[in-house]
Write a protein that binds this ligand. Structure first.
Ligand code: BG6
Length: 480
């Protein structure tokens, strides 16, 4: 664990990710006294800025609703400095080194954490220059990296090969920010800490599982980036697959990072590549009232783009626990609501005394409004034997109203400072996850005749969606 003599260097400090996520998270950790003693935070990017301008940028996404927080922010800003430099020149990194050494006051043993909030194009040169120029002589070095980790298995391996010789796997922290979300971190506890879940967690009792990601906004302003990747690479191959992995892996031997990640890799390796036939893709058009633009109205998007902004994809796990259970991923931008949730639908109650009684469904809502609830059948109270669908409901806001749920990035940066890899993606895990999606992605890229179905901005997605989920066994359960 890094408790002192630490500098955190944010590379790409003038960019969006740093502004929106990294600095607010660092501030959150700072004000709760989670950062190492006397830590310094150095920003590095190409944009030339003076100190004041830089601080304004750092502050721009940090909310300080109370005077106490305003003070804390002033103290936080005292730790922040900025160096402008190129991403591919030794001179620039030597300049950064000089600055780090000044801050370290000539100490020999120092710890440096490099947070790469960078576009993929400069990722490799920066990691190489850092190693050459700024690696501590004595002390701990860590490098935190952000997706995209390539565009397919080949690209991911190239990236890994470039990083590999310079950085030891123990020094690398690959962020998938979904692993920092409270409810995702809860999955192993829910499953293995509760006998009744644990006992029913298999193909004998579970009929189908959906992992759903919905956003009510389009690619506004990010069309250029997004068009190269599409929704499957943007959220499914990483975030949603990570959720699936935690949901389906076997019990780890312990909660240690390597034991957890060993089991994650094992279950991923039981998943065959996704079949193009088990996939639908969509792209949003204008909203029905015409007020919201179509994906292709974005100037940064090529005219004839076939990029999917929506996808539904069914995957299978070939092992004793899960053989035959469809895992349906659904993800889309510009839909009717914001929601990430897991829906686990249990098998039908065996017939006999009941006619048409609905199945149980367990819903784990990751965001917004974290909750876990089970749709279950109960007797309607009164002089009747009528059944009713009701809910066993754990809504965090009600049950834990006095607890603050941390931001995913706070949780992950703290883990990286502690040196805990449990919630970071290991190299073999990344490899296994790309193997599942790469053939499908190549198929979609290469087959020009596969055109995404259009859906209106603000709708539930392509019309065919319900038919798709039903074809894999999902049954809609109406609430009473
Ligand atoms: C990012 C994607 O990784 O995750 C974005 O690039 C997406 O397109 C975001 O909006 C979703 O994250 P969250 O935490 O808002 O659900």
């Amino acid at each position: 664990e890094l408790t002192e003599n630490t500098i955190i260097v944010v590379l790409g400090a003038s960019g969006d990710l740093a502004k929106k996520k990294t600095f607010p998270a660092l501030f959150g950790l700072f004000r709760n006294h989670f950062l190492p003693k006397d830590v310094k935070i150095v920003g590095y990017a190409r944009t030339k800025m003076d100190h004041e301008e830089y601080l304004k940028r750092v502050k721009s996404n940090i909310k300080t609703p109370t005077p106490e927080m305003e003070h804390q922010l002033d103290d936080f800003l005292e730790l922040c400095t900025y160096i402008a430099g190129q991403y591919d020149q030794d001179d620039s990194f030597q300049n950064l080194l000089k600055h780090l050494e000044e801050l370290e006051g000539g100490r020999e043993e120092t710890n440096r954490v490099f947070y790469m909030a960078l576009p993929p194009s400069v990722f490799i040169p920066v990691s190489q220059h850092l190693k050459r120029n700024c690696y501590p002589k004595k002390g701990i070095a860590r490098i935190i990296v952000e997706k995209p980790f390539g565009k397919d298995l080949g690209g991911s391996r190239e990236l890994q090969a470039a990083l590999g010789p310079d950085w030891d796997e123990q020094e690398i922290f690959r962020i998938d920010h979904y692993l920092g979300k409270e409810m995702v971190k809860n999955l192993l506890i829910l499953r293995f800490g509760n006998t009744f879940f644990n006992a029913t967690w298999n193909r004998q009792h579970i009929d189908n599982v959906q992992i759903v990601f919905k956003e009510p906004f389009g690619t506004e302003g990010r069309g250029g980036y997004f068009d190269e990747f599409g929704i499957i690479r943007d959220v499914m191959q990483n975030h949603l697959l990570q959720v699936l992995t935690l949901l389906t892996m076997e019990r780890p031997i312990s909660f240690s990072a390597e034991d957890i990640r060993d089991e994650k890799v094992r279950v991923l390796r039981c998943m065959p590549p996704i079949e193009p036939g088990n996939t639908i893709i969509g792209q949003y058009g204008k909203s029905v009232d015409g007020s919201k633009p179509a994906y292709k109205d974005d100037d940064t998007v090529p005219k004839g783009s076939r990029c999917p902004t929506f996808a539904a994809v069914t995957a299978y796990i070939k092992n004793e626990r899960w053989e035959g259970v469809p895992f349906i991923f659904k993800a889309g931008k510009a839909l009717n609501e914001q929601k990430t949730e897991i829906r686990i639908q249990f098998k039908d109650v065996t017939s006999g005394i009941f006619k048409d009684i609905p199945r149980n469904e367990l819903v784990i809502r990751v965001q917004p409004n974290e909750s876990v609830y089970i749709k279950m059948n109960s007797k309607l109270p009164g002089l009747t034997m009528q059944t009713i669908v009701t809910e066993l409901d754990l809504t965090y806001r009600r049950r834990f109203s006095d607890l603050k749920i941390p931001e995913a990035y706070e949780s992950l940066i703290l883990d990286a400072i502690k040196g805990d890899h449990s919630n970071f993606v290991r190299d073999d895990e990344l490899d296994a996850s790309w193997k599942i999606f790469t053939p499908l992605l190549h198929y979609l890229d290469e087959h020009e005749e596969v055109v995404p179905m259009e859906y209106p901005y603000g709708s539930r997605g392509p019309k065919i969606l319900d038919q798709f989920t039903e074809s894999f066994g999902y049954k809609f359960i109406e609430n009473a």
